[in-house]
Each structure stands twice: as C-alpha cells, then as structure tokens.
Ligand binder design. Structure first.
Ligand SMILES: *Cc1c(COP(=O)(O)O)cnc(C)c1O
Length: 382
C-alpha cells in the first residue's frame, strides 16, 4: 500500500465493539485484569494505552521500524534517548540542531557526566574526526535547524556503526513523507509531533521510531521508567493529523519551493537557505534523500542588521510571529532572538546563525497571499 493509504488505515481499524470508523479516545488510566499478576495487554496508561498504541502503530509503519513510542513532547523523546547513556559516554551532534536539543545536551546531560561535541554534520569527514572511543550516539537533523543544512544519513549511519555508535535522526523537518532515515540505516528516528505530524498547532507531542526490537525494548524501558508519555487526547489528535500528513506536506513544499525561488530573486534578500534551490550546497544529497520535495521550511537573511530582521518578522500579517512550525498556518521567526536564543551567542555566531536570519514555516495558505505578505513586510521594514 502507498504511504498515504497506510497513514489512514494502519493501526486505525474500526472499533471492534461499535464499528466506529475512528478509534475511540481511551482516557482510562487503569485497566481491569482477569487474574492477579497476569497482565492483559493494557494495565496502566503510562505503560500502555490503546489510543497511544494506535498512533505508535501507524508511525512505526510509516517510518519502517520495529516499533514506535509516543511522548509528551519532542524534547521528552530526545531525553529518553539520552537517558540510555551513562556517565563517561559522549554524544556527537550536528551543529545545525534544534535549540532545545542543544540545551538538553549541554546543560542537562552534562550533569550526568555525558559529554557532547558539535560538528558539521554536512561533512562526513568532520563527523568522523570528532568521534572518540566514548562516542555512543550521533545525533543529526536534516534539513537542519535553522540553516536547512543537509546531511547524508546513509553515510553517517555507516560511520556510526563502524565506530560502535548509534545514529539518531531528528526527522521533524523532513517528515516520513520525504525522508525515512531507518531505511537508510539510522537506528532511531525522532519527531516533534507538535509540528507536521499534529499539523494544526493544537497538540504537543514527541515520537521515536526504532529500527530494531532490542533497542526499541530498551527505549520502552526508559520511557516507562521515566514517564513522559503522550496523553490519550494528544495521541488521538496526532492520529488525526497523520491521516492528512502527505497531502499537507506535499502542498506546503510546493508553495515553499516557489517562495524560496521568489525570495532568491529579491534585492532585499542577502541569501536564501532552501534545499530545493540548486545553489544550496546540500541540494544533490537532498534530491536523493528526500522524496520529490524539499520541505516547507525556508530560512533567509535580509540585508541590514538585527533590528531590520526583527522589524521584518513583526511586519507580516499572514505569517504569524511565533516559534514552532509545520502547521497549516504560516509562521515567521527570528532564530537569534527566538528559537535559538538558548544557544550561547558565540556558538550561534560560530554556527552561522546570523542576526539577520529569518525562518519561515510555510503553511497551507495560497502562494499569492503569502508572497504578497512577504512583499508587504519588505516595504514596511525598509
Ligand atoms: C520543536 C522541535 C523539537 C522539540 O519538540 P517539542 O515538541 O517542542 O518538545 C525538536 N526538534 C525539532 C527539529 C523541532 O522543531
């Protein structure tokens, strides 16, 4: 079956009791047992919940893994991965990663004696050079945040495995519609389900999909022991979102491609970061690794300083000034003051996050309206 068919049907059988075509929302925290000490499939909702299980079944199928786990947020999902690590272990992360992942690695995991190094994940050589005997996990994101850098998952999976480490990929920006890292050799795929999977800016959630059963079991153990599971209502909303995921993503990508090309031709714009432009250094890898489209995220630098970029972000009307991404409504933000404010200023500079950088999440509005909105902001912020 094709992706969009599986997104609607796998894990989403009609309710056997009533025939309801939509899975019921199971709010129960606990489940009756037949016999003391002999557990039925569900016993307590932290350990397992039918509504959550329906979503996990769909995601495991779409990502092509042994299974999936749903969490209260994307950060809870990443934290579950890092909670498998021990004091003395080392994480090698790409430099173009989500600000919250940066903060978790540098400001929380360090307390448990886990060290982290950032390296340019677009260069397999740079990543190879930064691996140490203690490296247990490579953590990368493609397209990366906020510079939309593209890394080669297949090459990085080979590298990680040759050095005894796991490869974890934050697939939030690409979604399984465009990229399926497990098929390319990655061990763990992570999503902020808050973004494209939910798709409507009304749910917070995280997901892990895992290639092999033993690692899945280990992550499940950590999840159940630490408790940051996705709630039933959120699971229900994510399952609803997934059903239209492919249609939304493909349409949002189409609009994003046109907007990126338009921005690249504007005199007010210094540079555009979008993997679908053939001037993007990762375009060739993206064309191979992403299925027919390049994502709905665009970053660009306006000519001028921090203040001009700030003014620009405050001047759009349809693009709402907000962090987050991937939903039906378009959003705009300034990474230096918003999504990546948790980076140290020096690291931000080192990793190319300029003060004039602006990030767009392209939604489902009409291309013409979004273009007019950006054009309006260009004149207002002049
Ligand atoms: C939002 C986001 C996260 C964190 O997810 P939350 O649901 O906000 O906890 C992680 N990675 C990326 C790429 C994100 O965009």
């Amino acid at each position: 079956m094709q992706f969009r068919t599986r997104a609607i049907h796998v894990g989403q059988d009609p309710c056997p009791q009533t025939g309801a075509v939509v899975q019921p929302l199971h709010l129960a925290s606990t489940f009756c047992q037949h016999e003391a000490g002999v557990w039925r499939e569900f016993d307590y909702s932290r350990s397992g919940n039918p509504t959550r299980k329906a979503l996990e079944t769909t995601i495991a199928n779409l990502e092509g893994g042994a299974g999936a786990l749903a969490f209260a947020s994307g950060m809870a999902a990443i934290h579950c991965v890092t909670a498998m690590l021990k004091s003395g272990d080392h994480v090698l992360a790409g430099s173009d990663i989500y600000g919250g992942a940066y903060r978790l690695f540098h400001k929380i995991m360090n307390r448990a004696g886990v060290t982290v190094t950032l390296a340019d994940s677009t260069s397999v050589d740079a990543m190879a050079a930064a691996i140490t005997p203690a490296t247990k996990l490579l953590w990368v994101e493609s397209p990366g945040n906020p510079l939309l850098s593209v890394c080669d998952y297949a090459a990085l999976a080979k590298l990680a495995h040759s050095r005894g480490a796991l490869l974890g990929c934050d697939n939030t920006f690409a979604t399984p519609v465009l990229t399926r890292p497990l098929e390319l050799g990655a061990d763990i795929v992570m999503h902020s389900a808050t973004k494209f999977i939910g798709g409507h800016s009304d749910v917070l959630g995280g997901l892990l999909a895992v290639r092999e059963k033993p690692l899945l079991d280990e992550l499940y153990f950590v999840q159940n022991a630490t408790g940051a599971v996705m709630g039933p209502l959120e699971s229900y909303l994510c399952s609803r979102g997934v059903k239209t995921l492919e249609l939304r993503v493909r349409e949002q990508c189409r609009t994003a491609q046109s907007l990126a090309e338009w921005l690249a031709g504007r005199p007010e714009v210094e540079r555009v970061y979008y993997p679908g432009l053939d001037t993007h250094p990762g375009h060739a890898i993206a064309a191979r690794q992403m299925d027919g489209a390049f994502g709905a995220m665009i970053s660009f630098e306006v000519k001028g300083d921090f203040a001009r970029a700030k003014k620009f972000c405050e001047s759009t009307e349809l693009f709402k000034l907000a962090v987050s991404l991937g939903a039906v409504e378009s959003l705009i933000e300034q990474p230096a003051s918003m999504s990546h404010a948790s980076y140290d200023a020096a690291d931000r500079k080192k990793h190319g996050i300029a003060d004039g950088l602006i990030r767009l999440s392209v939604g489902l509005e009409a291309l013409e309206d979004l273009r007019d909105d950006l054009e309006g902001a260009m004149s207002k912020s002049r």
